[in-house]
Design a protein around this ligand. Structure first.
Ligand code: 3Y8
Ligand code: NAP
Length: 249
């Protein structure tokens, strides 16, 4: 009897939840609890941490989970590592639904960096106008360059003061359209963009808009993740779950 756990929080995870619910599999959708009002899912949903890899293993045993799908964001490295460890301990099967990174296209002006400190270093010393499109969890480091005019985009309004004086917050959960990204960058006279190589369509419009406007993008490279089976499509996950329709049966 298949009982699945979807580690979600992405648009791919939402599409998977629709397919799993439609196929009638027993499954639970799990959010990390990062936003105040996450989108509703067509599956029973839980939110918040499990309590590390051991907490996740305990959850898997208690709920008799047979299949875990890691459909989290490519930068959700801790969750992905915990899923590998917990599935190894419990014997539950694991697969990752992970979108390919964006590839640099002709005309892209990317400065690829490995971490946030390098992203801050990549910004100029003289005051400029920076669009920080990396959510709210990772902006403290930019306090080291308070001279810039920052535009930030959060899913929820900021709860605490920002680490620099000149900051303007856009509250929006996306996905984002090319034209609106162009308008935003033009109206705010953005000169630099800082982004993470999330992949997928939901966040790529800003990268296309930056290319159109000839703006440099400081692009954070993805963290190294442990080896685990990974696919890029919902159909492949459904096949892995043994969904007959996908087996051409
Ligand atoms: C809580 C679930 C859907 C899901 C929508 C996708 C698309 C829009 C693009 C920019 C980049 C960023 C951020 C982003 C995108 C989709 C998708 C995607 C990037 C929600 C969601 C949760 C989160 C958490 C949130 C983080 C934040 C990151 C904003 C729901 C809306 C920057 C990722 O303000 C905050 O505190 C935001 C926190 C974690 C930062 C980070 O660390 O990466 N995602 N985003 C998930 C949970 O609790 O488990 O609220 O409904 C999901 C979506 N965010 O149904 O279509 O491809 O998934 N999310 C990044 O670096 O790209 C925005 O602004 O251009
Ligand atoms: P992270 O740093 O890897 O996770 C830190 C801890 O948060 C994990 O160890 C776990 O706590 C908890 N956690 C994370 N994801 C969870 C989930 N889906 N269900 C239950 N607990 C979860 O992760 P993050 O970068 O903060 O991301 C948090 C969530 O936001 C993830 O679901 C991720 O998919 C989503 N997100 C979405 C986007 C996007 O673009 N769609 C971007 C970034 C993040 P315990 O150790 O206590 O179990």
């Amino acid at each position: 009897m298949t009982r699945a756990l979807i580690l979600g929080g992405t648009s791919d995870a939402r599409l998977l939840a629709d397919a799993v619910a439609h196929a009638g599999f027993e499954a639970t959708y799990s959010y990390g609890g990062r936003t105040r009002a996450p989108a509703t899912q067509p599956l029973p949903t839980r939110s918040g941490g499990f309590g590390g890899a051991s907490g996740l293993a305990e959850y898997i045993r208690r709920e008799k989970i047979t299949h875990v799908i890691d459909a989290t964001h490519p930068f959700a490295a801790e969750m992905s590592r915990n899923a590998v460890a917990a599935c190894a301990t419990t014997g539950a099967r694991l697969i990752a639904l992970e979108r390919a990174p964006w590839a640099k296209a002709p005309g892209d002006k990317w400065i690829e960096v490995a971490d946030l400190a390098s992203a801050v270093t990549a910004l100029p010393l003289t005051r400029t106008r920076v669009f920080l499109a990396i959510g709210r969890q990772h902006i403290a480091a930019f306090g080291a360059k308070p001279q810039h005019a920052y535009t930030l985009r959060f899913v929820d309004p900021p709860g605490e003061p920002l680490p620099f004086p000149d900051a303007d917050v856009i509250v929006s959960r996306g996905p984002f359209a090319f034209e609106s990204e162009l308008d935003m960058m033009r109206s705010r006279r953005i000169e630099w963009i800082v982004a993470r190589n999330s992949g997928g369509e939901g966040a790529r419009a800003k990268i296309d808009a930056a290319r159109e406007l000839g703006l440099p993008v400081v692009m954070l490279k993805r963290p190294e993740l442990p080896d685990r089976p990974r696919v890029e499509s919902v159909a492949e996950v459904m096949q892995w779950l043994g969904h007959r329709a996908c087996l051409g049966a």
